[in-house]
Design a protein around this ligand. Structure first.
Ligand SMILES: [Zn+2]
Length: 412
């Protein structure tokens, strides 16, 4: 351990989502997610808002009409003079690869793809990123000051329970800095996570994120400046460090964005979003390769979120904070898309959810500069008493979708 070891566990929680968790854990009667996912809503039939959105997506949205809307939008922005007309934030993964390739080849746009660097690329992540560029895309890769990024990541791990958060800030904001710089008025993200995975139901019929909603939906209710203040207060870095921090963590001023006419859209609003199909599409068109180790730790999936050695800890901490791990999110989405049934999903959750991301553990500790003991202290500080109980030395979930006592009458 280097630096001041006193400050770390005193950092207060900046994650406002934790204040709103329902104290009674319930599971959706159709998929396997619980009501602990921030902003998810269960209706009177015990069905979660993500399942209701999936009904809507598969049965009631007029996708032809949506495609016409897309056509009008792109006709408005297409330039045809060799200059860029759309920004696509892209990692080289299945979702951004699908969006960029469709915009370029189906719709005749000239995308500039932009990438906010992972903390530490995995070999397969970097290979997929390069394959994506080789498949025919211009790309800007931004990598923030590594010393400061590590400190922010440590701070976020302790005070937000998610070391991944500095990545999230830049991933959204960087695209808009580049849009302003190049005078590009259209930014296309992939899916609306709030709709697809359960969250703010107000957003499901919106083609994009309203600028004023960024803070709560993407930033866990803590904006970047609050995190910076906490870093100064706790002595992790100085006021000078904070003043000189990369501009890409913060979105450009909202007034500048409004004046520029820049728009934020989700491709999934216009085109029915099926992650598994995006994978097969990118395998064929952008050189995407699945995880060579087989499945990723913490889930059974082989083709999502492969880029970063740190990402297993993002999902693991989600499991600690909400009792919802990566398998739950993946399996619930596949139930909604009709690829597996609820019993199969429950078996997958039982088998893989909350599996510890052992493979890159040492690198994670080094990156955020904490000891193994401190790591577990932070982890335990995020366990909510209504989610976890201790049997002797073993932590155990109080509720799980596969416990007989938590069973609900399934409904399809
Ligand atoms: Zn559900």
């Amino acid at each position: 351990m280097t630096g001041n070891s006193q400050w770390q566990l005193s950092a207060r929680s900046l994650d406002l989502q934790m204040l709103d968790l329902p104290q009674e854990v319930r599971f959706c009667r159709r998929c396997v997610v619980s009501n602990q996912r921030p902003r998810i809503v269960f209706d009177e039939d015990g069905i979660c808002s993500a399942c209701r959105y999936a009904d809507y997506k598969h049965n009631r949205i007029d996708w032809e009409a949506r495609e016409k809307e897309l056509e009008r939008l792109l006709d408005k922005h297409r330039r045809g003079d060799g200059t860029y007309d759309v920004i696509v934030p892209a990692s080289g993964g299945k979702d951004s690869g699908f969006v960029a390739h469709q915009l370029k080849h189906k719709w005749g746009m000239n995308p500039l793809t932009v990438t906010w660097s992972p903390f530490e690329y995995t070999d397969i992540g970097y290979k997929n990123f390069r394959n994506f560029i080789y498949s025919g895309f211009d790309n800007l890769l931004a990598t923030p000051d590594g010393a400061m990024h590590r400190k922010l990541s440590k701070l976020a791990f302790i005070s937000l329970g998610d070391a991944w958060q500095p990545f999230t800030y830049g991933q959204v904001a960087y695209a808009f800095h580049i849009a302003l710089r190049f005078g590009i008025k259209l930014v296309f993200f992939g899916e609306n996570g709030e709709a697809e995975y359960g969250g703010d139901v107000e957003t499901i019929d919106r083609p994009g994120m309203r600028l004023e909603d960024w803070r709560i939906n993407y930033f866990k209710g803590a904006d970047f400046d609050e995190l910076l203040s906490e870093g100064i207060r706790s002595g992790l870095f100085t006021g000078d460090d904070a003043r000189n921090v990369s501009c890409f963590y913060r979105p450009p001023p909202l007034d500048d964005l409004r004046r520029s006419g820049c728009e934020f859209h989700w491709f999934a609003y216009y085109n029915k979003w099926v992650p598994q199909e995006n994978y097969y599409y990118c395998k064929e068109h952008t050189g995407l390769e699945a995880n060579p180790d087989g499945r990723s730790e913490g889930t059974y999936s082989k083709y999502a979120s492969l880029d970063d050695r740190m990402d297993g800890f993002h999902y693991y901490l989600g499991f600690i904070k909400f009792g919802i791990g990566r398998t739950t999110s993946d399996a619930a989405h596949e139930v909604r898309d009709g690829h597996i049934n609820r019993d199969e999903a429950m078996a997958l959750v039982r088998r893989y959810d909350g599996e510890f991301p052992q493979k890159h553990f040492k690198e994670f500790l080094q990156y955020v500069d904490i000891t193994e003991d401190e790591f577990w202290q932070v982890v335990d500080s995020w366990r909510q008493p209504h989610i976890w109980t201790k049997d002797g030395n073993e932590w155990r979930l109080r509720h799980a979708v596969y416990y007989p006592e938590d069973a609900v009458e399934p409904i399809s």
